[in-house]
Design a protein around this ligand. Structure first.
Ligand SMILES: [Zn+2]
Length: 196
């Protein structure tokens, strides 16, 4: 079992202050969160930089990812170092994720830049049911919605500052490698909780 923060922005997002080095240092020092997905807005430069720094630490894992601003709301794509081709419609981004064996997750569906109920129309692999930047009401709604449509629920801090890192985490029945984590999320062997 691993515990992972599956939604993090580095300085490669224009609105984030987290340096890749700070993220790697925090992860290396943490007692039980040893896995993160780096999901910058619409680019994959942050995950590349973070993975390079993390390669010095055998006990931590960086999942490369990206948060794509689709035409209908944000979608996290985890497990790829490639960008989906434009146009970024939900259909095409989800299709891209499947084509590269990545995981697509509807980010914070019930707040600004979320896809809301229209998630139903697309074949995403999971729903972000616990987002560190969302209200409790929005997270509760996402959780009930995921249950209702039968999709796995993930957690991510959506940190843009170091103090926001790891506020929530996904508990995943997986080993410390990207393939195992992606497979477990798709299978639904994941649960979301606030980090105590
Ligand atoms: Zn985000």
């Amino acid at each position: 079992m691993i515990q992972a923060d599956l939604h993090i922005h580095t300085v490669y997002s224009p609105d984030s202050f987290i340096q890749p080095k700070s993220l790697v240092d925090m992860l290396a020092a943490h007692n039980f969160i040893k896995v993160v997905a780096v999901t910058d807005h619409d680019n994959i430069r942050g995950c590349k930089a973070t993975m390079e720094l993390a390669s010095a630490y055998p006990d931590i894992l960086i999942i490369p990812g990206v948060e794509i601003s689709t035409t209908e709301g944000d979608i996290l794509v985890l497990g790829t170092e490639e960008m989906p081709p434009k146009p970024w419609t939900p259909e095409l981004v989800v299709e891209f994720a499947k084509s590269v064996d990545a995981v697509s997750i509807a980010a914070h569906p019930f707040r600004e830049y979320g896809m809301g109920e229209s998630v139903r129309k697309y074949n995403v692999d999971a729903i972000e049911v616990l987002n560190g930047g969302s209200s409790k009401a929005a997270n509760d709604q996402a959780k009930a919605f995921a249950k209702n449509i039968g999709l796995p629920g993930t957690a991510g801090s959506d940190a843009h500052q170091v103090s926001e890192l790891f506020s929530v985490n996904s508990r995943i029945e997986a080993n410390l490698n990207v393939e195992s984590v992606l497979k477990a999320i798709k299978k639904g062997s994941v649960s979301a909780q606030v980090t105590k």
